[in-house]
Design a binder for this molecule. Structure first.
Ligand SMILES: Cc1ncc(COP(=O)(O)O)c(C=O)c1O
Length: 382
């Protein structure tokens, strides 16, 4: 049975009259109904039709079709508590990665995994090492818990300063290595990452290194490789991934960590019981089983990414070569004002990542969305 997005939304009871209560752009792109409130407000301020949403590195094609079908069929089971231990999902991930199930832990998005890692491995005397800018969750959560953070600025080319980070490892509880990095889109090759991780583990006998591979599936650079094989050799390496990006399940909240069972257990004990809902588990399982999806999405993303990067380059703006589903552009002007102006014209671009206050991060939509978006962004820039 094929399920269109519209019939899927109807089947959940969200369509029809219910949809009238939603802003136009939410009902038009139902898979984004979990979008941040500030985005919704920005959209509400805009007087036109649906804005083009290029602000959160989501999948513009919606959820994996197999996940939509599976959730529709499983919805009846939503009255029951989720399967204990998320065993089926962990089994499937383990099988896909060539691991044992006890080397996999799931979370409510990989954001939960990052939060748990900070909580489990950092203490008031064991700091977090992170780049600046990078994905903010670990440093932000360390701040909330009053835990020390050492942030190492990216280098001139906006690559992670691996030597600079290494110099901060002694005495650390956790090193957060985002590869490819959000928001720069830059990726480090396997050799450099392995050397960095092994040097970090040598530098401190307790430190844990977490490699965030949220954008792994989008990478095309042949020098890159996942750090998953390292977890077999090193018990203090954890790798995180997400279903939010290439699988289009950001609203379902499913991510996972891979690592040594004893290391994952230190995070697992802090997790909310039943924190990954049953429909989320069903969606994740179905998405993993859609073997053609990753290549299809990667190719579609790459074409739209190259089109967008070329457009900015031709217009005279420096673009950071991206291995992800977003691109960081130096617009040589205040990026917050630019973001607001774009929202007023119906294009939502990403938040600003200090200290890069003159760079804008643009998530890659469909080719059609990017063609329409660059025309509008060009007007704002001029
Ligand atoms: C690098 C990185 N890690 C983790 C996440 C968290 O994603 P989620 O919690 O949806 O899995 C994101 C989200 O944008 C991200 O960019």
């Amino acid at each position: 049975m094929t399920v269109s997005r519209r019939s899927f939304v109807r089947s959940l009871g969200v369509g029809g009259a219910g949809a009238l209560a939603l802003p136009t752009w939410l009902s038009a792109r139902g898979h984004e109904a979990g979008t941040h409130l500030d985005d919704a407000l920005a959209a509400a301020r805009w007087q036109g039709a649906s804005p083009i949403k290029l602000d959160s590195n989501e999948n513009p094609n919606g959820p994996a079709p197999a996940a939509m079908r599976a959730v529709q069929q499983a919805f009846r089971r939503a009255s029951l508590y989720p399967a204990r231990g998320e065993q089926a999902v962990r089994d499937a991930i383990a099988q896909a990665q060539g691991l044992q199930p006890d080397q996999v832990m799931v979370g409510s998005g990989s954001g939960e995994v990052l939060r748990l890692a900070v909580q489990a491995f950092c203490t008031p005397t064991r700091h977090l090492v992170a780049a600046r800018p990078t994905f903010e969750t670990p440093a932000r959560y360390a701040g909330v818990l009053g835990l020390p953070v050492r942030e190492v600025p990216v280098d001139k080319s906006l690559a992670l300063d691996l030597d600079g980070m290494l110099a901060q490892v002694r005495g650390a509880g956790l090193v957060f290595l985002c590869n490819p990095n959000n928001p720069t889109g830059h990726v480090h090759g396997a050799k450099a990452v392995t050397a960095f991780i092994e040097a970090a583990l040598r530098a401190d006998p307790e430190v844990v290194v977490l490699v965030d591979e949220a954008y792994h599936e989008f990478v095309t650079d042949p020098a890159y490789a996942t750090s998953v094989p390292l977890i077999a050799r090193h018990s203090r390496v954890v790798v995180s991934r997400t279903f939010s990006k290439i699988y289009g399940l950001a609203g379902m909240r499913l991510g996972y960590a891979m690592g040594a069972p004893a290391t994952l257990a230190r995070m697992e004990r802090l997790r909310l019981e039943n924190g990954v809902g049953s429909l989320t588990q069903v969606a994740g399982l179905a998405a993993l089983g859609d073997t053609a999806l990753v290549q299809r999405e990667r190719e579609g993303n790459r074409a739209a990414l190259e089109f967008t990067a070329r457009w900015f380059t031709d217009a005279g703006y420096a673009v950071v070569p991206s291995q992800t589903n977003f691109v960081l552009v130096n617009i040589r002007r205040d990026a917050t004002a630019f973001k607001d102006s774009c929202a007023a014209e119906g294009v939502l671009v990403g938040r600003v990542f200090p200290p890069l206050t003159q760079h804008t991060r643009i998530s890659i939509g469909t080719m059609d969305e990017m063609r329409r978006a660059v025309a509008i962004l060009g007007r704002v820039l001029s």
